[in-house]
Design a protein around this ligand. Structure first.
Ligand code: NAI
Ligand code: MG
Length: 351
């Protein structure tokens, strides 16, 4: 079987972590007897500097023909930081109805969490971030009127359809895990939008009697991530809160460089896009030291989405085996570079 992938390394460390992760996916393809046929696209802030656009006008049409998109990160210090989401990331996520942002958090065996005494059994949950609307909807609702005092607003948009579909995904996922959904909200102060969010989630929850649904405010949740990560199973939350909580998840795993993610269109009507949770890390770009694990893990999620679950599992196992040998990248206090780490993962995969 052959899968067609669009590869968008993006900017900064994207040019290092994506090629490294691809060598691992290639090795998995060989071992599990499928083929990857991929095309690279040089899109991002770098292209914007040269040509005035992150991607060509027909960029989205181009992506439509692929089974999945494998993405690094976009953004350069020379380019206005409001543009990457507006001109690439958010565009792909919304156009392709990738309304689920799937972000697993787990402590790999062989690594130590910065949280004292927490084991890998205790840090193992998934953040499901609503990925198409909410606080990040950049649909012209943005408002900055002339005002002598100075004034700016952003509008959040939550729709029944948007909440229901991501909630169904979260409950179904919980059914396959520890059967608990924590709705992370702030409806005590965002009394219109998030109150509605809570109501719709509770309604959907009625249809999943075997799953326990509870509500937790985002501020308290942040403390509980640090104090009681073992408490969580599936976290269901909004676009902004999910963005922040998943980086906090990266923190408790040991590094932002470890987190993988999928922007998923569960109906498979459109391609889904897989990317590490972090950005283009301009501070370490070009040095060959970026941690490729978040990207390799994203690649594993991509394969799982395409139906190659065994390969996906083996990749995660191989990452863990490398950590258990004591090999770590610099952000984790080790010495391995990007390519070196990927090579170790391939060796572990073939063992
Ligand atoms: P960042 O995630 O790029 O970096 C934050 C810190 O984590 C930096 O110190 C960086 O060196 C470190 N880090 C990140 N990934 C790492 C890895 N794989 N290995 C080792 N260390 C790693 O976030 P920041 O600095 O806020 O943003 C940098 C640029 O990335 C900006 O232009 C921002 O807009 C963009 N960005 C893009 C995203 C995307 O394309 N999906 C997501 C987040 C940020
Ligand atoms: Mg983020």
């Amino acid at each position: 079987k052959t899968y067609r992938l669009a590869i968008v390394p993006g900017d900064g460390i994207g040019h290092e972590i994506i090629p490294a992760a691809l060598t691992v996916l290639e090795a998995a393809a060989k071992k599990f007897d499928f083929k990857l046929d991929y095309t690279f696209y040089g899109w991002g802030a770098g292209r914007y500097l040269k040509e005035g656009a992150f991607m060509p006008e027909d960029g989205l049409d181009t992506l439509k023909g692929f089974d999945a998109v494998f993405f690094g990160a976009v953004g350069l210090t020379e380019v206005d930081d409001t543009l990457p989401a507006k001109l690439y990331t958010f565009k792909v996520r919304t156009t392709f109805q990738q309304y689920v942002n799937y972000r697993p958090v787990k402590l790999f065996n062989g690594l130590e969490s910065p949280l004292r005494n927490k084991t890998s059994q205790e840090i193992d949950f998934v953040v499901i971030r609503e990925n198409n609307e909410g606080e990040f909807v950049q649909s012209g609702a943005f408002f900055r009127p002339e005002s002598p005092e100075g004034l700016a607003t952003d509008t959040s948009i939550f729709t029944r359809k948007g909440i229901e579909r991501v909630a169904h995904f979260a409950f179904k996922l919980a059914q396959k895990r520890k059967k608990k959904v924590t709705n992370v909200t702030k409806s005590n102060t965002l009394i219109h939008s998030l109150k509605y969010w809570d109501e719709v989630i509770a309604e959907v929850g009625e249809q999943y009697k075997d799953v326990k649904l509870e509500k937790m405010y985002i501020d308290n949740t942040s403390a509980n991530f640090i104090l009681h990560p073992e408490y969580f199973d599936v976290i269901l939350t909004t676009n902004l809160f999910g963005d922040i909580l998943s980086d906090l998840g990266g923190g408790i795993m040991g590094s932002l460089g470890l987190g993988g993610s999928g922007n998923i269109n569960p109906e498979k009507e459109f391609p889904s896009m897989f990317e590490p949770i972090h950005g283009s890390a301009p501070d370490i770009a070009g040095k060959g030291i970026a941690n490729p694990v978040g990207t390799i893990w994203s690649g594993a999620l991509l394969l799982e989405h395409l139906g190659e679950s065994a390969a996906a599992e083996e990749i995660v196992r191989a990452i863990e085996a490398v950590f258990q040998k004591g090999i770590k990248t610099i952000d984790l206090g080790g010495t391995a570079g990007t390519e070196e780490f990927a090579t170790q993962v391939i060796q572990a995969l073939n063992q």
